[in-house]
Design a protein around this ligand. Structure first.
Ligand SMILES: [Zn+2]
Length: 208
């Protein structure tokens, strides 16, 4: 029996890198989940329309890319609520939420509950923000590619990133999808992944 896992992208949409990520996903026939920054979504609505039209899931990352452990509960709520409003105005009804750096506090959980959002972390981290070659990232990810997995990548250059573009993430995608399929795993958007999902960053906070 084949299993499922999800490929996820944070920090977009980006006018240069998001289209290239979408191109590769289209070539390999994979739908993914994009955790978007609301201010960027507002600036590049056509990228979200393209992603959503291709069957990708639009989810919430943030309005301002800040760590929740340095925000009050009401600031966290306001940030998420504004992000949802912006996405809603653009026609996207986000149900999943990954916070900046996967930091989750009591205030985050309360805001998620109040806004009807599901918090989603990851199980396998490409650490693509480091700027390493795609082959290094593929080796890093390989042990964690299994059923129910949630793979973290970035289609934008967020704060703290050590690279100035997402070219290696674009390069990573086709080999990563091949690896998944060689293990009888099909990537699907998070909304189609059954079972319990990780709700936060599984390890020490790093990168973007
Ligand atoms: Zn981020």
């Amino acid at each position: 029996m084949s299993g499922k896992l999800s490929l996820t992208f944070d920090d977009g949409p980006d006018p240069v890198w998001t289209p290239r990520v979408l191109d590769v996903l289209e070539e390999v026939g994979v739908r993914a989940t994009f955790f978007v920054v609301a201010t960027l979504a507002e600036r590049h609505p056509s990228l979200l329309r393209r992603a959503s039209g291709a069957g990708h899931e639009i989810a919430l990352h943030c309005t301002r890319h800040l760590r929740h452990d340095r925000m009050t509960a009401s600031e966290i709520y306001a940030d998420a609520e504004k992000g949802l409003r912006v996405l809603g105005k653009l026609g996207h009804d986000a149900g999943d939420w990954r916070t900046p750096w996967g930091v989750v506090t009591g205030g985050t959980k309360k805001a998620a509950e109040d806004l009807g959002l599901r918090l989603v972390g990851w199980t396998a981290d490409s650490e693509d923000w480091r700027g390493e070659p795609s082959k290094v990232m593929l080796s890093r990810l390989a042990p964690g590619i299994g059923p129910g997995g949630v793979v973290l990548m970035h289609d934008g250059v967020g704060p703290g990133s050590l690279r100035d573009g997402c070219g290696e993430t674009v390069e990573l995608l086709a080999p990563l999808v091949s690896l998944c399929r060689s293990r009888d795993l099909e990537p699907v958007p998070l909304g189609e992944l059954s079972g319990v999902l990780p709700d936060r960053n599984p390890g020490p906070v790093a990168g973007v």
